[in-house]
Design a binder for this molecule. Structure first.
Ligand SMILES: [Zn+2]
Ligand SMILES: [Zn+2]
Length: 355
């Protein structure tokens, strides 16, 4: 088969590799029908994730069709259309029993690390992929849900909902601010309404991103290029600060922006993937009763989010802005890595791409 293989920092190639085979009784082989590229893949290609070794097939998000299952797989059969979850889940370790799939103790990849695809085992940017713990890590797709929307359930929608909205403790009536209107920030805006957020303020220096935020649930937009940006946000909260400030970029500056906006008793939910230390001004924060949260997605909300997508209650299809054939990774990565110019949110690669 063909797959996108990591060759070390800055190097990737779409090339022939051996077909994946069942290696354990809980495995399934899935033919990849639709996949996408994550910001994390760009970090890997920069060399920021040294655990990814040259030779690894990239990608952790996909929708596909099961072609083969191991002897102990009971809930998934060949022919099923499935979402491949970005996080493994053995289903019976102590962390999985708590719903903490992000730290699954199953031995596949690495004990205690849920994110294994395109990281510690071969990933989804390929014609076929081996999925361990198939009964727990795959989600069967109902007929009415299209690939473009379903692939947003591999990672971006559960991550934004769990790490931004649930960990941020969004409650009915809350005023929230999302720093960063890239794909993950938009997904946080799109899912904040599920917990009753009343006001959703999108904050981003890029006006074309802000213009799109309303499609994902933002009620107000603020460009931090304006020196008055923080007082503009506070004016929307009667000066008190927002109930929940989400950081959806992964930079010290944007985390500091979120800290600046939160009201006493509020929450700062970090969704961004950080590569540098961030200063935490505890001398100012200790007295303010602020909850700060962060983490890796568990994907234990995926079945619930799938039901909402199936009923068109989430704008999942709006993330797919650019489409490519499955062998179009070079162009797709180029488009995705220049998102400011190309206005790409999620680039989608499909086996059935036409045009
Ligand atoms: Zn991802
Ligand atoms: Zn487990």
């Amino acid at each position: 088969m063909k797959a996108l293989v990591y060759g070390g920092p800055g190097v990737k190639a779409w090339k022939d590799v051996p077909d994946p085979v069942i290696t354990g009784p809980g495995d399934a082989i899935v033919r990849v029908d639709t996949t996408t590229i994550c910001g994390t893949d760009l970090h890997i290609l920069k060399g920021d994730v040294p655990a990814v070794q040259p030779g690894r097939i990239l990608g952790h998000e996909a929708v596909g069709t099961v072609t083969e299952t191991g002897s102990s797989v009971s809930g998934i059969s060949p022919g099923d259309r499935v979402i491949i979850s970005c996080i493994k889940s053995c289903g019976h370790c102590i962390n999985c029993r708590k719903g903490l799939f992000s730290h699954c103790l199953g031995s596949e990849g690495q004990v205690g690390t849920g994110w294994i695809f395109g990281h510690l085992i071969d990933g989804t940017q390929a014609e076929y992929v081996r999925v361990p713990y198939a009964d727990n890590s795959l989600h069967k797709l109902p007929a009415g849900v299209g690939d473009d929307e379903a692939v947003m359930l591999s990672d971006i929608l559960p991550t934004a909902f769990e790490i931004g909205v649930l960990d941020g403790r969004v409650a009915p009536g809350d005023i929230i601010a999302v720093v960063g209107a890239g794909p993950i920030g938009l997904a946080a805006m799109a899912t904040a309404g599920l917990c009753g957020a009343s006001t959703i303020i999108a904050i981003d220096p890029n006006d074309s991103r802000l213009a799109r935020a309303a499609d994902f649930g933002a009620t107000h937009t603020v460009n931090p290029g304006n020196p008055q940006w923080a007082s503009d946000v506070l004016a929307l909260t009667d000066g008190a600060g927002v109930d929940v400030a989400m950081e959806a970029v992964g930079l010290p500056e944007t985390f500091e922006m979120a800290l600046r906006l939160v009201r006493p008793g509020g929450s700062v939910a970090n969704i961004g993937v950080h590569g540098k230390p961030v200063e935490l001004p505890l001398q100012d924060l200790w007295i303010r009763n602020i909850n700060i949260s962060m983490g890796l997605v568990n994907t234990n909300t995926t079945p619930m989010l799938l039901r909402l997508v199936a009923q068109h209650k989430l704008p999942a299809d709006k993330f797919a802005t650019h489409h490519f054939p499955l062998d179009g990774f070079m162009d797709a990565y180029d488009t995705f890595s220049r998102a400011t110019e190309t206005e790409a949110l999620k680039v989608v690669l499909s086996r059935n791409h036409r045009g």
